[in-house]
Design a protein around this ligand. Structure first.
Ligand SMILES: NC(=O)c1ccc[n+]([C@@H]2O[C@H](COP(=O)([O-])OP(=O)(O)OC[C@H]3O[C@@H](n4cnc5c(N)ncnc54)[C@H](OP(=O)(O)O)[C@@H]3O)[C@@H](O)[C@H]2O)c1
Length: 502
């Protein structure tokens, strides 16, 4: 019997033994719902495809023999309690998808008596997440406690050290310890999943590790913080100030009681650091990122930007440059017609620019219990199926040291808002100082409705002037602004917002 005949027979026997439909075999084993139909019509798969499918059949059987996949969930807050709720509600469907029962057997949180809206009676309770991570009653450890060190780190390490797979949503911890944890996972042969750590429900990690595994990524950028995006969107739509929008975001549960981490850009920086490592095969370097938050953006900035055809978004951007890798988080003017400008409210989006696929945008909810728990679940299913990929896309020994391109070498357009003293010569001075360093201006705008406040506060009359530059270097812009400030024709700190044309 030829190889292809014996392959056909194995598949028909596999389907018949389980009472499956050809579509189910195609979807769950071959990765193409029409596979069996094509095979029956005489289309012959290549030998490597045949080998892959035979391997998947074997793995399916091994999995079925292994019994249930037992989960230990540490952290039963927003994400953890939602995850357990989904597992309770959709258990059967998930078992069918995995071909193996998926069971929570043990949980851990601080407060045992808190009502979390889920029934915990059947689960073993642990007060100590490290004890749960090491317990023989689980096969996979899920860390949903949070925090960059402390019990989250100790428990993840404890699980990986004994070769137990881990799934976490903890971006702060991964940004700080991701490379060491990836190394530990590789040494012990454990899997480490963290899809939920970047952009909540958006499957960007899987896209980078598997979908685009063979592509060269040139640039990654995105709106990765729902709190900031909600605030900037409302400021733009309703013309209201930052503080009022922040208060509204807090009342709606979109912002933490202490929002500093989000609005100062650090949360975006953590996610960007993880993405940059996956995109460029370099070590994670959260401390090397240029970070500016959204607190200085005014409703007037958003209005002028809008009149000029731009929206303002807090972007995280990482790109290759001749000096290394540029990683930056800052408010950014983006053209209204660009795809990223359409990402409003609490939505997130990540854009990947690659050599072959060109531009790929993934958009969706970046936070919240259900979207985040859904990403945690997708990691659990992958690990349960036996998918094996290095946590950071390449073996950790192959990661290159991170080389930060200096921000002063950044090139691009700039939006500059200045409060110029209302005295003869002020505008001429600004124009001359820009020309001295060869900055070419695309537009100069001075409108009475742009007066933000009286920054001088001492009766000095000022006019608000906005300059839009053509592409120039950050160092050059800063030099011109330093001269303008020294000349004494402006009051207060200039506003500087970078422009991306995408
Ligand atoms: N929320 C989101 O939308 C979102 C999105 C993406 C990623 N994440 C990440 O997901 C993780 C969890 O976030 P979350 O919003 O679910 O947090 P959360 O609501 O604050 O829940 C944290 C849970 O951890 C438990 N916990 C804290 N310290 C503990 C300790 N020492 N021992 C045992 N349990 C402990 C808490 O127990 P008690 O309930 O008893 O206090 C609570 O159940 C974080 O890493 C976060 O960055 C969250």
């Amino acid at each position: 019997m030829s190889d292809i005949q014996s392959f056909r027979q194995s598949i028909e026997a596999f389907i018949a033994a389980r009472g499956w439909t050809p579509t189910r075999f195609g979807r769950d084993i071959a990765g193409d719902p029409l596979f069996v139909f094509d095979l029956r019509e005489g289309r012959e798969p290549r030998s490597d495809t045949r080998a892959r499918i035979l391997r998947s059949m074997q793995e399916y059987d091994d999995g079925a023999d292994r019994g249930p996949l037992r989960l230990g969930v540490a952290g039963l807050g927003n994400v953890g309690a939602t995850l357990v709720g989904i597992l309770q509600q959709d258990g059967e469907a998930l078992t069918r998808k995995l071909g193996r029962k998926l069971l929570v057997t043990a949980v851990c949180a601080r407060n045992r008596s808190r009502d979390r809206g889920i029934d915990l009676a059947d689960y073993e309770w642990f007060d100590d997440p490290v004890a749960l991570a090491k317990s023989d009653s689980i096969d996979l450890f899920v860390e949903l406690i949070g925090g960059e060190d402390g019990p989250a780190l100790a428990s993840i390490k404890a699980a990986l050290e004994i070769g137990r797979p881990v799934v976490t949503a903890n971006k702060a911890l991964l940004a700080k310890h991701g490379v060491n944890l990836a190394r530990l996972a590789e040494e012990s042969g454990a899997q480490l999943g963290f899809e939920a750590a970047v952009a909540g429900g958006i499957p960007v990690i899987k896209t980078l590790r598997e979908g685009l595994g063979s592509s060269r990524i040139e640039r990654v950028y995105g709106v990765m913080n729902g709190t900031c995006n909600y605030i900037l969107t409302r400021m733009g739509e309703e013309g209201i100030g930052f503080e009022d929008c922040l208060k509204a975001a807090q009342e709606l549960g979109y912002a933490e009681a202490d929002p500093t981490f989000d609005i100062e850009g650090h949360d975006t920086a953590h996610k960007l650091a993880i993405l940059a490592s996956l995109c460029f095969g370099c070590e994670i370097a959260p401390d090397e990122i240029f970070v500016e938050g959204v607190t200085t953006v005014t409703a007037a900035d958003i209005k002028v930007a809008g009149d000029l055809g731009y929206k303002i978004k807090l972007l995280g951007i990482a790109q290759r440059s001749s000096d290394g890798i540029e990683q930056r988080v800052h408010p950014t003017l983006v053209p209204k017609g660009s795809a990223i400008a359409g990402v409003d409210g609490v939505m997130n989006a990540v854009v990947l620019e690659t050599d072959h696929v060109h531009e790929l945008m993934l958009a969706g909810p970046g936070a919240g219990g259900p979207p985040t728990a859904s990403s945690v679940l997708s990691d659990i299913l992958d690990i349960g199926r036996g998918t094996r990929v290095p946590p950071l896309g390449v073996p950790s020994a192959e990661l290159t040291p991170y080389r930060q391109a200096p921000m002063r070498a950044h090139e691009g357009g700039y939006y500059i808002r200045l409060n110029a003293k209302d005295v003869p010569g002020a505008f001429a001075n600004i124009a001359t100082r820009m020309a001295d360093v060869e900055i070419s201006l695309e537009s100069v705008i001075q409108r009475s409705d742009l007066r933000v406040n009286d920054p001088a506060g001492e009766g000095i009359k000022t006019r608000t002037v906005v300059l839009i530059t053509h592409s120039t270097m950050e160092a050059t812009v800063r030099e011109a602004l330093a001269h303008i400030a020294d000349d004494g024709f402006i009051v207060g700190k200039p506003q500087l917002i970078r422009i991306e044309t995408f």
